[in-house]
Design a binder for this molecule. Structure first.
Ligand SMILES: O=C(O)CCC(=O)C(=O)O
Ligand SMILES: [Fe+2]
Length: 368
């Protein structure tokens, strides 16, 4: 976990400069990292051709963006001039997208006590967010864990994942709808059955998902494994990629999920992220997700609120400290959208702003 802690520290240490002409010894490099087959060691050795590299860190949890730190600005400028926007033969021919990155001033940490963590969705009171405790039994939880542990994991920078149905593309936060990976595994059949009979008051919505079968070619099932202390950056699942209902089943360990709503009219300029908007006030609420609980995000809660899993080792819930266990595994079920999103939350809807998801949605990252 020391490496994960160092990465976390790196993420929170660097930020995009306010002015695009600012240079620095640190380069943010996109399209480059372990998930595209480039180890941090390889990246370090290629960038060393331009000067002394003092470190290469994951820029976020996608595993496809890194921060390369040089001992001086001249070396970073030389690397930028030579490599930005050009295919790099030593890095599998990938075209790197680079910008300078500045050490970040310590962010004003919001006192966690000021954030109420609710136990029930009714207390959270975000339209469209539902939570069902004990959605599966401890025995069923064991079966699911054994099944995913018998399947191959894919490593991202800080967590491991498995993709079924369609591969989730972290760079664009979308799926390639032409690349069907095949039926969902049979070990999730009983979960799909339970979703189809989701309890009141969300059961009407869930009937919309009544096509949920392992052999349906429209579902995407993603397994995420978070080691203790690892979370997920604030994001809204891409509207144009997925239908309204998003289900997330927590197994093995607990966490809290924070929801954030930005004021009407707030929008993300291209490439900017939630971290760049720290000055903007937003509403924060959180809910505790115990193991075996099923979260449903729909309506306003799915379309207009960012969801976020803080990178905590301990969560404070109703004044009690709850330690994250060595891992939390989540199963998310989503339906691939056919046609544009027609939601009423335009400020968050990439379907209304053209098809370029990266332009209109903040990427899944923390500080760049
Ligand atoms: O782990 C979870 O419960 C949520 C995962 C999530 O938000 C996502 O994959 O987009
Ligand atoms: Fe999500």
């Amino acid at each position: 976990m020391a490496a994960a802690a160092a990465e976390e520290a790196a993420n929170s240490m660097f930020a995009r400069p306010k002015c695009s002409t600012t240079t620095s010894p640190n380069l943010y490099v996109a399209n480059c990292g372990p998930t595209v087959g480039l180890s941090l060691e390889t990246i370090s050795s290629v960038f060393s051709a331009f000067g002394r590299v003092t470190g290469v860190h994951a820029a976020d949890d996608t595993g496809a963006r890194v921060i390369v730190c040089f001992s001086d600005t001249t070396a970073a400028q030389a690397a930028y001039q030579a490599l930005n926007g050009n295919p790099c033969p030593q890095l599998r021919g990938r075209t790197l997208r680079m910008r300078f990155s500045l050490p970040k001033l310590p962010a004003k940490v919001q006192d966690n006590d000021s954030l109420s963590v609710f136990l029930l969705a009714s207390e959270l009171a975000i339209p469209g967010i539902y939570l069902v405790h004990d959605f599966i039994t401890p025995e069923e939880e064991e079966v699911l864990l054994a099944a995913v542990d018998a399947s191959p994991w894919k490593s991202l920078a800080k967590r491991r994942v498995q993709h079924y149905g369609y591969e989730f593309l972290y760079e664009t936060r979308n799926v390639d709808a032409r690349q069907y990976l095949g039926n969902l595994p049979s070990f999730v059949s009983f979960v799909l059955d339970k979703i189809s009979s989701f309890p009141e008051p969300a059961n009407n919505k869930c009937r919309l998902m009544d096509q949920l079968t392992t052999s349906s070619p429209v579902y995407l099932f993603l397994v995420n494994e978070y080691p203790s202390g690892v979370g997920l950056s604030p994001h809204i699942d891409t509207h144009s990629a997925f239908d309204e209902l998003i289900f997330s089943l927590s197994i093995s360990g607990p966490c809290i999920m924070e929801f954030r709503k930005y004021p009407q009219g707030t929008w993300y300029p291209p490439g900017d992220t939630v971290a760049d908007m720290e000055g903007v006030n937003f509403i924060r609420k959180a809910i505790f997700l115990p193991p075996r609980s099923m979260l449903l995000m729909s309506g306003e809660g799915r379309y207009a609120w960012h969801h976020y899993i803080p990178h905590h080792k301990v969560d404070v819930v109703k004044g009690q400290s709850i330690k994250r266990s060595s891992r939390r595994v989540s199963f998310t079920f989503r339906k691939v959208r056919r046609g544009p999103c027609r939601c009423e939350f335009q400020q968050c809807c990439d379907s209304r702003r053209g098809s370029n998801v990266e332009r209109s949605c903040p990427p899944l990252e923390t500080s760049q």
